[in-house]
Ligand binder design. Structure first.
Ligand SMILES: C[C@H](O)[C@H](O)[C@@H](O)[C@@H](O)C(=O)O
Ligand SMILES: [Mg+2]
Length: 394
């Protein structure tokens, strides 16, 4: 029985949460006055949706093999990504063997170099790559973590990202990462409020529970330095994505400025082994946080992780549901993972990509047994109740 070939590639879009998890209704913690690079404009300060954080929506990539098996994946990308899949990338897949994952990745990357390299194009390549791994796993009837060489641990542990680290502590998570609410445009008063919020949370969780701040690219070096210095007495474990992704020089300086023992982390909006090489070789951060749905996919994340390992850096992927869980299980330098609290008040555990993935596992008491990831591929199926739209059918 020969190796199946790829017969069809289809790109769909979905709205409403899921992989584009910022696409939420009013009242959600994830869209409540969070500091961003747009916070300098008061009209865009209260809600990230007002400036378009959810403008793309979800891309669904579906790949059908000659034996009838179908693999799929979801990521952030929506219609522009669907166009790139159908009009550009599909030609490198249809007719190829399902095992041609490395070659397909290289052809997708090299052929889009003139307009890609980062952002939506690499998101799109990531989505195709993840769907290929899902397909191969389903054909071989193996979970992706086994295709990657096998797990190094039989249980994953998670920190929680959300507005309520105090509740996350009660749910068994190992730490809580809070969004930063005030940026430089709100001056000393905003800085004071940021530190007061951290102090209040430290009071609630006690001295040992990890607390982190996620700054979502919103600060400048001076403000980030003052925030880190002020946060040190409240035991801030790491300051995340304080600066814009391209400011490698600023991150290297921030890493020298922060108090001893505080970690600097970034990377969720960085892409490919070359972007992460810059972060690592310029000494920008202690932990890199690639999103496997945005950095180039699993094929690229394996390369990024090996690079980080050589630099003794941890790889703690930005929360991306099953796509990061299967990866983290297999890497010694990924000792814990992120779980994004997608309940509007961050007061209960719901699947990260809800409602798009059926069979999506969630941490229980802040942990996930490897046995929760034992289904073929990424172990999930598309929710048939989600309204798929195929904007560029061929
Ligand atoms: C909470 C942050 O503002 C982002 O919404 C979050 O998605 C990301 O930065 C993270 O690290 O989870
Ligand atoms: Mg982040």
């Amino acid at each position: 029985m020969g190796i199946p070939t790829i017969k069809h590639v289809r790109a769909f879009t979905l709205r409403g949460g899921g992989a584009d998890y910022h696409d939420q209704a009013d009242g959600h913690w994830i869209d409540d006055h969070i500091a961003t690079p747009m916070s300098k404009y008061p009209e865009y300060r209260q809600s990230r949706r007002t400036f378009g954080i959810n403008v793309l929506g979800t891309l669904v990539v579906e790949i059908e093999a000659s034996d009838g098996t179908v693999g799929f994946a979801v990521t952030t990308g929506g219609e522009p990504a669907a166009y790139i899949v159908e009009k550009h990338l599909a030609r490198f897949l249809e007719g190829a063997k399902v095992t041609d994952i490395e070659k397909i990745w290289d052809q997708m990357y090299q052929s889009t170099l003139y307009y890609g390299r980062k952002g939506i194009v690499i998101n799109t390549i990531s989505g195709v790559d993840l769907a290929l791994w899902d397909l191969l796993g389903k054909i071989r009837q193996e979970p992706v973590h086994q295709l990657l060489g096998g797990a190094v641990r039989d249980e994953l542990q998670f920190y929680a990202t959300g507005a309520r680290p105090d509740l996350a502590q009660k749910m068994g998570f190992i730490g809580g990462k809070m969004p930063l609410h005030h940026g430089p445009a709100e001056g000393e008063e905003g800085l004071r409020k940021n530190l007061e919020e951290l102090a209040t949370m430290r009071e609630r969780v006690g001295p040992d529970f990890w607390l982190m701040l996620d700054c979502w690219m919103s600060l400048d070096l001076n403000y980030a330095t003052k925030l880190a210095v002020g946060a040190h007495k409240h035991g801030l474990k790491w300051i995340e994505e304080a600066l814009p992704p391209d400011d490698y020089w600023g991150y290297a300086a921030l890493r020298n400025n922060v108090p001893k023992g505080m970690l600097v982390t970034t990377g969720e909006h960085e892409a490919t082994r070359w972007g992460f090489r810059m972060l690592l070789e310029m000494g920008c951060c202690d932990i890199i946080q690639p999103d496997v749905g945005w950095c180039g996919g699993l094929t690229e994340l394996v390369k990024i992780s090996a690079l980080a390992d050589a630099h003794n850096a941890l790889v703690i992927p930005h929360g991306s549901s099953v796509y990061s869980y299967h990866f983290v299980a297999t890497r010694h330098n990924s000792p814990f993972a992120e779980f994004l609290m997608m309940a509007p008040k961050a007061d209960e555990v719901v699947p990260m990509f809800h409602p798009q993935l059926l069979g999506e596992p969630v941490p229980v008491n802040g942990r996930m047994r490897l046995s929760a990831l034992d289904q073929p591929g990424f172990g999930v199926t598309l929710n048939p109740e989600c309204q798929l739209h195929r904007p560029y059918s061929r």
